[in-house]
Design a binder for this molecule. Sequence first.
Ligand code: GAL
Length: 669
Amino acid sequence: MTTRQPWPLDVPGIAYGGDYNPEQWPLDIQLEDIELMREAGVGLLSVGIFSWALLEPREGVHDFAWLDQVLDRLHAAGIRVALATATASPPPWLTRAHPEILPRTAEGTVLHQGARQSYAIASPVFRAYALRMTRTMAERYGDHPALALWHVDNELGCHVPHDYSDASATAFRAWLEKRYGTVDALNAAWGTAFWSQRYDTFDEVLPPLAAPTFVNPTQRLDFARFSSDEHLAHYRALRDVLRQVTPHVPTTTNFMMNTRNKWVDYFSWSAEMDVVANDHYLVAADPEAHIELALSADLSRGVAGGAPWILMEHSTSAVNWQPRNRPKGPGEMFRNSLAHVARGADAVMFFQWRQSLAGAEKYHSAMVPHAGRDTDVFRDTVELGRRLKALAEVRGSRVRADVALVFDYPSWWAAEQDGRPTEALDYQSELLRWYRALWELGVTADVVSADTALDGYRAVIAPTLYSVTDRTAARIADAATAGASVLLTFLSGIVDEHDHVRPGGYPGAFRELLGVRTEEFWPLQEGETHTLDDGSTADLWSEKTHLTGATAVRTWADGPLTGRPAVTRRAVGRGAAWYVAARPDEDGVRRLVRSLLDEAGVAPELPGLPAGVEAVRRHRPDGTRFLFLINHTGQDVEIPVRGRDLIRDRELAGHLALPGGEVAVVRED
Ligand code: GAL
């Protein structure tokens, strides 16, 4: 049997390119595309993502001529292709013939044809058509010399993370039966003694449809798990066909790992991926969007298990789907692209190659904008190609981190359900607060799942790790015993995997580890802040905590809980367990992280850098180190470093002058 080639096949260096939609353009433009792609050094393109309706205009009738020509032309130009299964959006003939494949909202609204992704992920009818199309694509193009990678569907779960159609209800029941075995076990897990919800058979169970008030939280949590699994099942089914027909070609799909996309648990997908690919878009209104970008890139690496990954989409400039779509400022696109590479990406790609003239995304930027080649955007596209070429030797190297930040999708889902202590809690903002402190202190972190082995990390930060299994709780305690400094924040370890409270005082799963016992949550009102004894302030949260083995690191200096612990620490084995039972302001968080890192002996990547200058290293097994330096400030900075500046192709004898907004990558001596 032919073995699958590891990514990135024979695409040299850091792969560069984007989504290519030639079906929107006449031949003369397609020919110009090739010329411009050569100029920009493009080597990899995603093709055919939304082409189903053109490739199969009527059921069973195919038109491949145009795609044959596109692939041949790209091959002749030395450009490789991540070819799509073309199944990301069913053609109108299919939804007309089979309206039962359309997805439904919780309120029962049918989501019709006319946009994209109008399919019910669990529909066996849709699945059969998608499998057939996938096989057709694999059989037709499996041996095409341009083919480097398969791209299944597109951003699975992007528009319809949860489908409430009949197909979904049937699949949900089967999923529940597999999970629980008996309806009694389901009743116990869902706590259906409450509000007369007891089920007599699985047939009575529904997806969490719109209901008079709060729907059963475990039902909702399981539906979130089911929905993520169902998208994965779809991926796996299409991938298996590809593996069968083209065992030598790796397969991926593009994830949406950022702080907004809540509903796919990518950690549970990672074992199924030949290579992880991510799409990332900046939030234009966020002045610190580059920090959220770094978190997303570290998460991509975490889901990839530390291996290099593909940045499958980002934007050269503005997007068209935020309230106000700001273009990127000078140098911002380089900083974004290279920040992804710094954190482990071995491919930099965009949505899309040429900006569309028609359709819903015509105001989304591209590598070739409406205004054509005589633009800063196209000049930057060419310059980025040059820079990535200069970084070819970085490919395959890896990031190393002493700190783990625990990110748990089920905790995100469960902590933000209805009927909670405060609706002001936003899981992602909590995660980002602690990540931001690490970023500002210049410390690289791995973003890992709650199921990851934590051996080897000197410090572990788990913000609002709300829902934990006994195993996860034990793993975190073991990390402390083994020598790590572990920090947990409020609303961690409160419930088990079924969203049932762990009794006996909060935080149930971590009470012993932390040496505290909380008798009551004390959420703060909007605008209410209180002072801690180090002078920092805290908002949103407090709790009535007793020390049962820990010492207080900070206490409340005012407010209803004056004198009670707000931050605690307990020595555990060779390490320590910290508990932050408050939400300190940014400065307070930074100070706590600094104490934690000092105790754990974790140093920044490059000590002494001015604020706003990002430094991350990638390492090769032979000991070669690549230092990425990204200046997010408007000021020029002097950085002590010795080695070769790869982008500017010059030796640095001991220092680098890095202009405001610029990026350097140094192969260190
Ligand atoms: C992604 C999607 C692309 C394009 C892009 C625009 O979510 O995969 O097809 O729509 O957004 O930002």
